[in-house]
Design a protein around this ligand. Structure first.
Ligand code: HEM
Length: 488
């Protein structure tokens, strides 16, 4: 068993807080704002102001994820994303002041045009007069956090992975034996391709756990195993995925910041992508809504499944781009080697098929069937709001609950959904081992009920219908805007 909570002093299940013995000045919110305008990268954690200018480029969770914390009280994000040792002797050296709290606000920079992080659009109309008690939600979030630590739910039970590895082996055997044993046939080629897709589908879930250091809690070891699984077995860069995924966890469903919802020219999950003239802080470019977008996005609900069939091909390109071109790629040599070896073993397998037609069939079917994974991933957020009722004050827990959707399924199907079905719980506690997420669900439902937060969940079919409906609604709105504009 690995334990992240074991790293805190024995017997203490409290979420660790930043501490320092330094004698410090106090900064108000206004002073923090003024300093940020003068290019100081300041963030508030546990009542202290931290200056990150010298460490941001070396942040193990990536530079971009950290930029989105600037000018915010990011205590909750910090606690959710880090093991205890970061608080105990790593982060305190960046403390420069105490934070003189005058109100409960979480973001001090929603009205400042920062180049590296854009504000969440607000929509009070959407939420009516509903008021949320964010301080009370935070208090209950921390109580739950401590309860889960106390119950040992942050400990990973490796026997779950023994079952997973057995399942992968079954798919590996099918993938090779349908091709290598006996006379080749179209049916056997198809069966092998399905096994390949299933292997890739399943491997991603463990690569995801490893990417969050939620398996051994040793970042280097988890990253290395993640690269073996993601890059070598799956052909996709874990480094690329981690870069965008870390950002996604901090700025979930924020149109300009979260690359997981930036899919022009194919999808626009909110009309804001059409009317907003948005700039992607992730891709560092304007999200241009050109004539091609106009033609495709108005059909996005109808094209959803077709586009998903090709999703994996795009990921191959993004993976290589990250490894070869991105200056912040963390393990470019190992990743490039594993990505190349992926094409060696996969090419070797295809080379045993007797015709180009069968090779193409295998290649297409194995890649296209992983569309199920892309659908599962997009269901988690595509139908959820991008607007906040109160971006200045909304706390981390409320934001994660507002932007994520759970899929209801019986426990015997947990392997198929791979943790994606507990998206809300995962977003609240990203380092919690996946196999424990089901145990957290009732507590989160209770928290939502208590605070009138919508806990959005549906069965797999219902979640599909919900997402398609939302895509359709957005497509219709954008269509009317285009028509209205043409009439002007
Ligand atoms: C001085 C402050 C900070 C320090 C020293 C620090 C350090 C670290 C370290 C050491 C890790 C790797 C943890 C591991 O081994 O699993 C990490 C990961 C990460 N950090 Fe920070 N960090 C700081 C502030 C922040 C803030 C304010 C945010 C965002 C709000 C942030 C977002 C992340 C993310 C998203 C990850 C990736 C977590 C994962 O792999 O699941 N960090 N940080």
């Amino acid at each position: 068993m690995s334990s992240q909570s074991e790293q805190s002093p024995k017997g203490s299940w409290e979420v660790p807080r930043l501490k320092t013995k330094k004698i410090l000045p106090s900064y108000t919110k206004d002073e923090i704002r003024e300093r940020i305008i003068k290019n100081e990268l300041l963030v508030v954690i546990d009542g202290y102001v931290l200056k990150l200018n010298n460490m941001i480029k070396h942040h193990p969770g990536g530079e971009l994820a950290l930029y989105h914390a600037i000018g915010k009280d990011a205590s909750d994000e910090m606690h959710a994303m880090h093991p205890d040792w970061v608080f105990e002797g790593r982060a305190d050296k960046y403390i420069v002041a105490k934070y003189l709290k005058q109100d409960e606000s979480k973001s001090f920079v929603e009205d400042i045009p920062l180049p590296y992080s854009k504000p969440t659009p607000a929509d009070k109309y959407m939420y009516g007069d509903q008021k949320f008690d964010y301080p009370a939600i935070r208090a209950d979030y921390y109580s739950l956090f401590e309860k889960l630590r106390k119950e040992g739910l942050f400990e990973c039970d490796y026997s779950n992975y023994a079952i997973e590895i057995s399942r992968w082996l079954l798919f590996v055997v099918g993938m090779f034996s349908f091709i290598l044993i006996g006379e080749p046939s179209t049916l056997k080629c198809f069966a092998s391709a399905l096994c390949t897709a299933a292997l890739w589908h399943q491997a991603v879930f463990t690569a995801h756990d490893l990417g969050h250091s939620a398996v051994t809690a040793n970042r280097s070891l988890d990253t290395f195993m993640g690269i073996l699984l993601g890059d070598f077995i799956g052909g996709l860069s874990v480094g690329w995925w981690k870069k965008s995924h870390n950002v996604h966890h901090i700025v979930t469903n924020q149109p300009e910041n979260d690359s997981d919802i930036q899919h022009l020219p194919f999808f626009a999950i909110s009309p804001i992508f059409y009317e907003g003239n948005l700039f992607s802080t992730y891709y560092n470019r304007q999200l241009v809504f050109d004539q091609f977008c106009k033609a495709i996005v108005v059909l996005q609900d109808k094209m959803y499944y077709i586009i998903m069939l090709f999703g994996r091909f795009n990921l191959y390109v993004l993976s290589w781009q990250h490894v070869l071109l991105d200056s912040d790629s963390m393990n470019p040599v190992i990743e490039a080697t594993c990505l190349s070896l992926f094409w060696v073993w996969y090419g070797w397998l295809l080379s045993h098929l007797p015709s180009k037609k069968l090779m193409f069939l295998h290649f297409f079917v194995s890649n296209a069937f992983t569309a199920i994974l892309h659908i599962q991933i997009t269901l988690s957020h595509f139908g959820m709001p991008v607007h906040s009722p109160d971006p200045e004050n909304e706390c981390f827990a409320a934001r994660q609950i507002r932007t994520s959707l759970d899929v209801i399924c019986p426990s015997f199907l947990d392997w198929f959904h791979g943790g994606l079905q507990f998206q809300i719980e995962h977003h609240l506690f990203p380092r919690l081992p996946r196999h424990n997420l089901r145990l957290v669900r009732p507590h989160v439902i209770e928290l939502c009920k208590k605070h009138n937060l919508v806990y959005c969940e549906d069965y797999f079919l219902g979640a599909n219908i919900f997402t398609i409906k939302k895509l359709n609604e957005t497509a219709q709105m954008i269509k009317s805007m285009i028509i209205a504009e043409q009439k002007l």
